[in-house]
Write a protein that binds this ligand. Structure first.
Ligand code: AP5
Length: 222
């Protein structure tokens, strides 16, 4: 296969970005986060960024066709063979179906979908306490995963900030969107027998270790 991908599926705050960054370092997979791609487009002031910002600040999803085109363009332009962690994509049935059809054309393989399970109370605390590096995107939490110096990134020394969509009212809207538009994907991937449930409420080292163990035990992620 020319492209192999795994998906990190989970509610806002489930740890998709945090875990994907670590699994990418451990496996050599490329971490592809649709949220990060959209935030970069907003920062650059592109047409995509201006459109995306309208949806993101209200906690809504960016339209499916825009997101699928963004991801598929990236995959088609990447080196071969390519191995990717898809963080936050797909998150609607239409995105999943379009991804399947592009993967068939590209002879790409979806090896695993990791469902990161966490209770709603924990998610809310994680999101309100999250801080992100303005420069390198490293993710912290004021109590769970704090930086060594308050509001300064350990990795690059830049300032940390709170995402505008981590305000309580937007978080509640994002939970609602997840329940209505993304939860159906669980059954979709369960039927394909590639869904792996992982308890993501544990310390991140334990969750990363479990994901790596599952990947190592199954040759399909090679
Ligand atoms: P996106 O950035 O993907 O947001 P999200 O899905 O809401 O997920 P988050 O980034 O909030 O959480 P996460 O699961 O990555 O958790 P994290 O690792 O940061 O998307 C933003 C917006 O873009 C969407 O709302 C939508 O508008 C748009 N968009 C993106 N993709 C799209 C798509 N496919 N279709 C349409 N629109 C799309 O962790 C959270 C916190 O918890 C951090 O503080 C972290 O330090 C802490 N933490 C993590 N793991 C642990 C642990 N094990 N123990 C303790 N603390 C932990």
């Amino acid at each position: 296969m020319s492209i192999t991908a795994i998906i990190f599926l989970g509610a806002p705050g489930a740890g998709k970005g945090t875990l994907a960054a670590e699994v990418a370092v451990a496996t050599g997979y490329e971490h592809l986060s649709t949220g990060d791609m959209l935030r970069e487009a907003i920062k650059q002031g592109t047409e995509l960024g201006r459109t995306a910002e309208l949806y993101i600040k209200q906690g809504n999803l960016v339209p499916d066709d825009t997101i699928v085109a963004m991801v598929v363009n990236h995959l088609r332009q990447g080196p071969l063979p390519g191995r990717y962690i898809l963080d936050g994509f797909p998150r609607t049935m239409r995105q999943a179906e379009l991804l399947d059809s592009h993967f068939q054309q590209m002879q790409a393989k979806l090896a695993f979908v990791f469902l990161l399970d966490v209770s709603r109370e924990v998610l809310f605390d994680r999101l309100t306490g999250r801080r992100v590096c303005r420069k390198c995107g490293a993710i912290y939490h004021v109590r769970n995963i704090p930086p060594k110096r308050a509001d300064i990134c350990d990795a690059c020394g830049s300032e940390l900030f709170q995402r505008p969509d981590d305000m309580p009212e937007v978080i509640l809207k994002r939970f609602d969107v997840f329940t209505k538009q993304t939860r159906d994907l669980i059954a979709f991937y369960e039927q394909q027998a590639i869904l792996m449930r992982v308890d993501s409420s544990r310390p991140k080292e334990q969750v990363v270790a479990e994901i790596l163990k599952i990947m190592a035990a199954e040759p399909r992620a090679d």
